[in-house]
Design a protein around this ligand. Structure first.
Ligand SMILES: [Zn+2]
Length: 379
């Protein structure tokens, strides 16, 4: 048995002090400090927080690499990079590229999934397929030439690997692909890069859509006469992603969205290969883009993903809302774990769940990241 002492332990509904966290590969419980055996392996958190590890369900790239490249070394490098941001589990996220490239990317990521449980980086929990079944009018930085009309066949072949699939439901005649995927796979179907009206979006939800890709970005906005996809996302019982870098979404909205969505709010990064890299020129699904500070823009000024780190997203939400720390942490751990169906094993500090933990200070600077009870990063 291992222990973490002198930590403020972030549970899903409160923060506990003056106790120790006991774990092996799984969490054994919050125990009295006196019960730690003299010869036990103990981490002294020195007053820092210990939280469930962060789970990034929408991240394309990091450190110059991109999940759509289909390169095992790239995926490994990304995993080793984001573990330093407190991420213990992630969904490498593909973009709208060709079916051949997607096939290669899915095969590469799928082949690494088992190994990733014990490697020195964040564990692969599956894939997020963002496209190719999107609406060209809301393509954002996705490559138009690779956009396809929705069909279930291709994603069904990867039904065990894909955890989230982004689609524009108005492109799916009679919601046939959505209904088929919902009935035959465990894939969470997400509306995104969509020009759906409020009515179409609500109907799509009734037919199986359960999630909304980066709320507000690349979808019909909320206005009082046309509530759009945003209006449907806030009305219906679906989970939503939010890119809290303060650039994609005005920080003044964080509080409102958290109030409306509660435990259905998932913080994501939507990070590109420019994440963790210096300002300059990069490539996104075959298109050039430029990084300047926290802004990634295509040549024409279109926003092209982010360079956000998930611990920075937690800090940004904390700084711009009155939410308690445990609720903000939930939005980066338990809520995404619930959305992709792994909350029985991950996402919160509860007895029997995997010991995926992160130790950080008041400023959400990461001190240690622990996966399956093993320290995988130490600052
Ligand atoms: Zn994305």
């Amino acid at each position: 048995m291992k222990f973490i002492k002198n930590a403020k332990i972030i549970l899903k509904d409160r923060i506990v002090e003056g106790k120790a966290l006991a774990y092996d590969e799984k969490i054994s419980g919050v125990v009295s400090v006196d019960s730690i055996p003299a010869d036990a392996e103990v981490i002294d958190a020195k007053g820092a927080y210990v939280a469930p590890g962060f789970i990034d369900i929408h991240i394309h790239g990091y450190l110059g690499e991109d999940a759509s490249d289909g390169k095992a070394e790239g995926i490994r490098k990304m995993a080793e990079g984001i573990v330093k941001n407190g991420v213990t589990g992630w969904l490498p996220t593909t973009m709208t590229v060709s079916v051949a490239e997607l096939t290669k990317a899915f095969d590469t990521i799928g082949a690494l999934k088992e190994e990733s449980k014990s490697w020195n980086g964040a564990a692969i929990l599956g894939v997020n397929a963002e496209g190719p079944y999107i609406n060209a009018s809301k393509k954002g930085a996705q490559a138009e030439e690779h956009i396809l009309t929705p069909t279930a066949d291709f994603f069904k072949k990867y039904g065990d690997l894909i955890k989230i699939a982004t689609m524009a439901p108005e492109q799916d005649t009679d919601f046939a692909a959505i209904r088929e995927l919902k009935a035959e796979t465990g894939i969470l179907i997400s509306m995104g890069h969509t020009g759906a009206t409020f009515e179409q979006a609500m109907e799509a939800i009734a037919n199986g859509v359960g999630h909304v890709t980066h709320l507000f970005n690349a979808q019909t906005p909320l206005t009082h006469r046309a509530p759009g996809v945003v209006g449907a996302a806030l009305t219906a019982d679906v989970s939503v992603e939010l890119i809290c870098d303060t650039f994609h979404i005005h920080s003044g909205l964080f509080s409102l969205i958290a109030k409306v969505k509660g435990d259905k709010l998932c913080l994501i990064t939507d990070c590109t290969r420019a994440g963790g890299m210096p300002d300059g020129e990069y490539d996104l699904g075959g298109q050039k883009f430029y990084l300047n500070g926290i802004k990634c823009l295509l040549e024409d000024g279109t926003i092209a993903g982010s360079v956000l780190k998930l611990n920075d997203a937690v800090r940004n939400v904390l700084a711009n809302t009155d939410l308690p720390l445990y609720e903000v942490v939930n939005a980066a751990s338990l809520n995404p774990a619930t959305a992709i169906g792994v909350a029985d094993k991950k996402g919160s500090i509860e007895i029997g769940k995997d010991a995926d933990l992160v130790i950080f200070d008041e400023n959400i600077n990461i001190h240690k990241t622990i996966i399956g009870g093993t320290v995988r990063y130490e600052a």
